[in-house]
Design a binder for this molecule. Structure first.
Ligand code: GRF
Length: 205
């Protein structure tokens, strides 16, 4: 039985597209049951529509309080009975109601090697710092900002002539492959948290 994914998006949706393409293979082990966004008019929603995937938008500003938005997001995602939530360029932090329901099975992708350069500007911050290697991280979402247990990482070299856009595009190539590979392995083989701190993610039974 394929694992059901709800994919949360805010932008172009190239990571979503990579997941859509991967799910076309019946052996991949997962299917996208819905796409959720926090804004209208984004490329990711067009990609969901083209693929015939149900989609919904919940904007924070349409709710009286952030907590109400978070609870609505949790409830809406829950309607699709997902096995995994994948934040794929979703630019909002989820809160308590969402984590009460989905902690441990909600993952996110970040365009830097965490714990270095968390936050909204991971690519720019790495470039400004002058690191020679950066990359991307797939991690389990917790209450912190890009702070949850690391599931998988990939390295990307920084070139002398990189700017934020060129470096981010190169990271996104690695990021899509990492996300697709990691979600597929988790869907097919399961995962657990081990180690004294409970932060070591082990994929496999
Ligand atoms: C990714 O690099 C993600 O890590 C970052 O924004 C980008 C989203 O790209 N937060 P896309 O919308 O999947 O094309």
């Amino acid at each position: 039985m394929n694992a059901g994914l709800v994919v949360l998006v805010s932008g172009q949706g190239t990571n979503l597209q990579a997941l859509i393409d991967a799910c076309a293979d019946p052996g991949y082990g997962a299917r996208i049951v819905a796409v959720g966004s926090d804004r209208d008019g984004i490329g990711a929603l067009d990609r969901a529509a083209s693929a015939g995937i149900p989609a919904f938008t919940l904007r924070v500003r349409d709710f009286a309080a952030r907590e109400a938005w978070d609870a609505a997001l949790a409830a809406r995602c829950g309607q699709y009975r997902p096995d995994l939530i994948v934040c794929a360029g979703f630019m909002k932090l989820v809160g308590k109601a969402f984590l009460d329901r989905f902690a441990g099975r909600c993952l996110n992708t970040h365009p830097a090697l965490l714990p270095s350069f968390p936050g909204m500007h991971g690519v720019r911050d790495a470039l400004d710092y002058g690191v020679k290697v950066t990359g991307c991280t797939v991690f389990l979402v917790d209450e912190g900002v890009d702070a949850g247990p690391v599931i998988a990482q990939a390295c990307v070299a920084v070139h002398d002539d990189d700017d934020e856009a060129t470096l981010h595009e190169r990271i996104k190539v690695a990021e899509r492959a990492l996300l697709v590979g990691t979600v597929g392995r988790m869907a097919r083989d399961g995962w657990s948290l081990t180690g004294e701190t409970g932060r070591k993610v082990r994929i496999g039974r």
